[in-house]
Design a protein around this ligand. Sequence first.
Ligand SMILES: *[C@@H]1O[C@H](CO)[C@@H](O)[C@H](O)[C@H]1NC(C)=O
Ligand SMILES: *[C@@H]1O[C@H](CO)[C@@H](O)[C@H](O)[C@H]1NC(C)=O
Ligand SMILES: *[C@@H]1O[C@H](CO)[C@@H](O)[C@H](O)[C@H]1NC(C)=O
Ligand SMILES: *[C@@H]1O[C@H](CO)[C@@H](O)[C@H](O)[C@H]1NC(C)=O
Ligand SMILES: *[C@@H]1O[C@H](CO)[C@@H](O)[C@H](O)[C@H]1NC(C)=O
Ligand SMILES: *[C@@H]1O[C@H](CO)[C@@H](O)[C@H](O)[C@H]1NC(C)=O
Ligand SMILES: *[C@@H]1O[C@H](CO)[C@@H](O)[C@H](O)[C@H]1NC(C)=O
Length: 915
Amino acid sequence: MKLAFALVLALYLGLFSTALCRNISSRPSIVNIGAVFAFNSTIGRVMNVAIDAAVDDVNSDPSVLKGSKLVVTKSDTNCDGFLGTIEVLQFMETDIVAVVGPQCSTIAHIISYIANELHVPLLSFATDPTLSSIQFPFFVRSTQNDLFQMTAIAEMVDYYQWRQVIAIYVDDEYGRNGIAALGDELAERRCKISYKAVFSPVATPSDILDLLVSVALMESRIIVLHANPTFGKIVFSVANRLKMMGNGYVWIATDWLSSFLDTYSPLPSETMNNMQGVLTLRQHTADTKMKSALVSNWKMLTKKYSNAVFGLNAYGLYAYDAVWAVAKALDAFFDDGGVISFSNDTRLKEANGSNLHLEALSIFDGGNLLRDEIRKINFTGVTGQFQFDSDGFLIHPAYDIINIIGSGSRIIGYWSNYSGLSVVPPETLYSKPSNHSLANNQLHSVIWPGETTEKPRGWSFPYNAKELRIGVPNRVGFREFVSKDPTTNTVKGYCIDVFTSAVALLPYAVPYKFIPFGNGHQNPNYYELVNMVALNVFDAVVGDIAIVTNRTKLVDYTQPYIESGLVVLAPVKKRTSNAWAFLQPFKLGMWCITALSFFIVGAVIWILEHRINDDFRGPPKKQLVTIFWFSFSTLFFAHRENTVSTLGRAVLLIWLFVVLIIQSSYTASLTSILTVQQLSSPIKGIYSLIAGDEPIGFQVGSFAENYMVEELGISRSRLKPLGSPQEYANALELGPENGGVAAVVDERPYIELFLAKECRFSIIGSEFTKSGWGFVFPRDSPLAVDMSTAILRLSENGDLQRIHDKWLTNEVCRSETNEIDSERLHLSSFWGLFLICGVACFVALAIHFFIMLRRFIRHTPPDDSEPSVGGLSRSGRSIKKFFSFVDEREEEPKRRSTQRQAQRPTSNVVVDIES
Ligand SMILES: *[C@@H]1O[C@H](CO)[C@@H](O)[C@H](O)[C@H]1NC(C)=O
Ligand SMILES: *[C@@H]1O[C@H](CO)[C@@H](O)[C@H](O)[C@H]1NC(C)=O
Ligand SMILES: *[C@@H]1O[C@H](CO)[C@@H](O)[C@H](O)[C@H]1NC(C)=O
Ligand SMILES: *[C@@H]1O[C@H](CO)[C@@H](O)[C@H](O)[C@H]1NC(C)=O
Ligand SMILES: *[C@@H]1O[C@H](CO)[C@@H](O)[C@H](O)[C@H]1NC(C)=O
Ligand SMILES: *[C@@H]1O[C@H](CO)[C@@H](O)[C@H](O)[C@H]1NC(C)=O
Ligand SMILES: *[C@@H]1O[C@H](CO)[C@@H](O)[C@H](O)[C@H]1NC(C)=O
């Protein structure tokens, strides 16, 4: 790098064929520089002394300019554009190589054009961020750019979580461009300047009074004052008179105030009283030995050079260093072979006829080289390390943040471009990695205007609007949410209760009045209602306002206070259990397999048992009956036949277990079929609804209409507006065939309220959108943020649920008679069983009597000879005989069995003994 630089240098020298000997001989005995500033200003007075002191120090140090003497010519521009320009032009006629100053941004803009033409570097103290070294290559800012000061203010505003500030400033380059930078920096942190209060550079105190009255009417209470000491003092005294220096206000003054305080302190107590609690910034300079030497000599220096005593401010320090920078740059300039020579400006020759003698202005031939030397300067001065970065900014921009308390001030922290707000001086942070995160930012506590340490809220209700005008939808259907009471003309409902409870939690009083919106015959259009806030007809809207994208573009929402989302409501039919419900638990296959298993198990047991078990013996017909009887009686664990073989018992045991499982499953399934409500609807959810072509209902005014058309692609002709719960019920009842609707799409809270009274309908599927309801405030309203916090607190302490329970209910279909009804079982579910049983009885009886009749006929042949006795006909006698036959035959097996028992008493005993 150095080698390349030397090469370029050698080339440069070679090209201009300047002999090396010129190195020494080119140093003149006197080098003229200029100084341009407003002599009678706060900064100018200090600069005057600092420049003189620096020039003397340079001239008394032989190592700097090595014999050449620095001579400074001063010019008073007085910050006046016209006079300043003339002054500067006049003294540019004397051959000067560099200018220290100007201090005024207005003058700096004008002089920069002249410096560009004449190649004279300006070491300016103008802080206007728009003065760039790209447009003005000879403009070198030897103080901090206001861009950084405004960044510091924006970071403070962000740190204290304020969102809007009011800027009061002078309408000149300094004020306007500084505040423009503040606006940019605030916007980066999602804050903004809500009002720009601007006064003219020739404003009178009464103008300022009018201005501050308009500021007081604003909502924001954060005021950034970017002015100069003359106006600043007036602003503070007027503000104090208007009680704007009291509780709730925050004043942030830019560095003009710290310079003023540093220069003239101690100030009269009256002036200090006007600015208690004000925050101001000061360009941060490191505490070095050189700085403390200058500070300790300062009193003597002011007496020596200006015959007065005043303090040293940051601009004085930068002015002192600027002179040294020029001297060191000139030294390097001479070292690098620069010569001080001037040439006539050909462009000015045409003006030779005028009496102004502008042709006397000449171009400094070495201007470019000197400017480059200044840009490359690197030394430690009274302001710390004095060095420019590649963009022409002084390195390490940093500010002290000062709180004015009592008769003095206190540093509450620092801001540096390197690591944001901190309570330790920035020098200690430069060695650590840069950490700009908000969490890392820290400031000491502040005593705010009104002598409070509590951080001001930053805004208040504007004086001009006495009460918040709160729009409230005047609902027609679902009046529980919010509606106007026609008798008392007040609004009430769930949403109103939530709002009043939330407002009660705010740490300050909010005056408001509700204004119903809607014609009372139809629910209002919610989009229009919300738009009223954007149009400033209402200051807020309270009601069942869904948070949807369409509206978030217009307004700010609070946190949702109730969950919502669109659902499909459709009529459902209870699937009634019919007479053959007892067959439903098993499918046909199951019934068949179960029946088959009974036969198989019966047969298996018979095979295993019949050789050793008397119960399974007998005539084949009887054995067949035993098989069936045995296997089916296991169904009820009522089999009487003993199983004696081990294998038979094993099979039976397993079979009984299978039967147990089948039986209990059947019972459970049948129970649920008979007692649990089975609901059914042809619509299965939103997607089956979209696919169909039946009409769909929606609530008048709801966003559901647009949502279905735009997001779901449902044709608008299918949508049918419905105004009230009654209309919902009617339209659903009628069904799509009769001019009703197949389903209603609406938000869950409404539907839940609807279902609390209506049992014939149900929500189909789940919510297909997720959202919530919130209150509406204008964009960036600070009240919206506080209301959100209050709503979250309501939710956390359970009040939100209590309000919900008071107005709405979560139960679905509360009708009591219905509930009991649904648990009782009707005959209709069972008549099939009774029928089967009845038929079985009848068939059994019929077969029985048929057999009896056959036997009767066989045993008693017809007796024709017997005459009729006692009035009984012949057939009558036959019936009598038949019944006595039945009676007789019934007794016969009994008699026979007792005979049998009597015949073989011994065998019976043997069996008993055996068993
Ligand atoms: C200097 O400014 C003060 C006010 O700050 C004023 O009273 C005084 O007249 C001014 N002097 C000159 C010479 O302009
Ligand atoms: C000019 O002279 C100085 C000493 O006075 C010397 O350090 C420097 O290198 C010289 N420069 C050139 C270009 O000869
Ligand atoms: C510059 O112009 C002045 C007259 O205005 C003249 O006297 C002088 O010789 C000129 N210098 C050069 C280098 O042309
Ligand atoms: C100066 O102006 C006069 C006329 O006013 C003109 O004749 C003369 O050429 C001009 N001189 C130069 C150097 O342009
Ligand atoms: C400037 O000087 C300091 C020491 O005074 C040194 O640490 C730093 O590297 C120098 N910067 C440049 C760019 O030369
Ligand atoms: C200020 O900080 C920004 C970002 O941290 C950085 O890009 C910029 O170079 C810094 N400027 C100076 C003069 O240090
Ligand atoms: C929002 O919806 C309304 C209808 O409710 C419509 O008129 C308006 O154009 C929509 N706005 C945007 C930004 O989509």
